[in-house]
Write a protein that binds this ligand. Structure first.
Ligand code: ZN
Ligand code: ZN
Ligand code: ZN
Length: 386
């Protein structure tokens, strides 16, 4: 792995400072990061999900240490800059190493030490840490990281824009008929979309859902052997990871529904409701608005058209290093949107046994508080009769 750029490093120093002030507020004595997106977000290092222990030990004050399996050490950049590398050999007990690094971490007067551990750490890791440090309080690392991570800095927004534009080019090819649909299986079309995501600059494909005809009514349909016919809706929802220079990648995620031939009047009318709901949702997503309010805006339009029972999921999810992260646009989430929040707006209408449709863009809240959609591919029900 090549070294992080000066910009990428200074972003990490800023994030660590913000994380530490949040630890202070939450009374957290040490942050312990294993697998998952928090570690690359904070250090630029993405741990492979091995059974061997990887753990960043970041105390509230004092030096940070990254405990890694010795054979992974060559993949770690940014050592010395952000943390001291502590490689362990297969003959050593890494939990013992972590325990000794935390030996001087006392709790505040009158309380036990409080450790925040990766939400995505293996259960075996946490159980071993609990046995080694019995007199300790344990909480999720997301308590410290998720609200900070949800607000993207300029570099992160730039990466999301590049990812969105790349996904958009693939969506436009789909709508232009460059990806034949009729007579092919969903799996073939899915493979074609995946190949184009990579050709357009993604380093990795995360998913390429193709749900044709009745299969479109299952929101996360697994593309299979069904052959796409004429006059059907085809829900295509795809995304991947896009990297700026050598830093950690950011995700794209877009859905366009197309129709293979003349749509029925019911399809046309249903799609009009969907498109209006999605547009109103995007327009409403402004700084100062609660995340749940965007969900209410899309849902009210679909409800008012009498189709509410067929919109079976939340309106959207945050996006960044992970495809799904905070903030979630869902009833009950009172989090106030602010500049730098990035998320999908993706209402859908699913008629079991017949057809489904979904329309999804990624939106980032700009510095002026207004929504900036990162996807611009045609929002209408495009006919693709090839
Ligand atoms: Zn989804
Ligand atoms: Zn999607
Ligand atoms: Zn999505």
């Amino acid at each position: 792995m090549t070294a992080l750029s000066a910009q990428a490093l200074s972003a990490r120093h800023e994030r660590i400072a913000r994380v530490r002030s949040r630890m202070e507020e939450e009374g957290v004595d040490a942050l312990l990061l294993s697998h998952g997106a928090d570690l690359p977000w904070l250090t630029g290092y993405r741990a492979m999900p091995l059974e061997r222990l990887t753990l960043l030990v970041l105390p509230l004050t004092g030096d940070a240490h990254l405990v890694v399996p010795g054979l992974e050490a060559p993949r770690v950049s940014a050592a010395d800059e952000l943390f001291t590398l502590v490689p362990w050999s297969d003959a050593e007990d890494p939990v013992e190493l972590v325990g000794s690094l935390l030996a001087s971490t006392a709790g505040r007067p009158g309380s036990k030490p409080r450790m925040a551990v990766s939400d995505r750490a293996w259960a075996t890791t946490l159980l071993a840490l609990q046995r080694r440090l019995p007199d300790t309080q344990w909480i999720e690392a997301s308590t410290v990281t998720s609200h900070i991570r949800a607000v993207k800095d300029a570099r992160e927004v730039a990466a999301l824009r590049m990812a969105g534009a790349a996904a958009d080019r693939v969506a436009s090819m789909l709508q232009n008929g460059d990806i034949p649909l009729i007579g092919r299986t969903e799996a073939e079309v899915s493979g074609h979309l995946a190949g184009l995501l990579v050709a357009e600059g993604h380093s990795q494909v995360n998913f390429a859902i193709v749900g044709s005809g009745p299969n479109g009514a299952s929101p996360h349909h697994e593309p299979g052997a069904r052959i796409i016919g004429a006059g059907e809706t085809v829900v295509c929802d795809f995304g991947g990871t896009f990297s700026l220079d050598d830093d950690v990648g950011y995700c794209s995620d877009i859905t366009r529904t197309v129709v293979t031939g003349t749509p029925s009047s019911e399809m046309v009318e249903t799609y009009q409701v969907l498109e209006a709901a999605q547009r109103a949702g995007v327009d409403s997503a402004r700084a100062g608005v609660a995340a749940e309010d965007v969900d209410r805006v899309t849902r009210t339009i679909i409800d008012d058209a009498g189709l509410g029972e067929f919109f079976v999921h939340r309106t959207g999810h945050g996006i960044g290093i992970e495809e799904h992260e905070d903030p979630y646009l869902v009833r009950g989430n009172h989090e106030i949107l602010q500049p730098g929040h990035a998320f999908s707006v993706e209402p859908g209408i699913y008629r079991a046994g017949r057809f489904g449709m979904r329309l999804e863009d990624i939106v980032v809240i700009g510095g002026d508080g207004a929504p900036e959609p990162l996807n611009a591919a045609d929002h209408s029900l495009v006919v693709v009769d090839t």
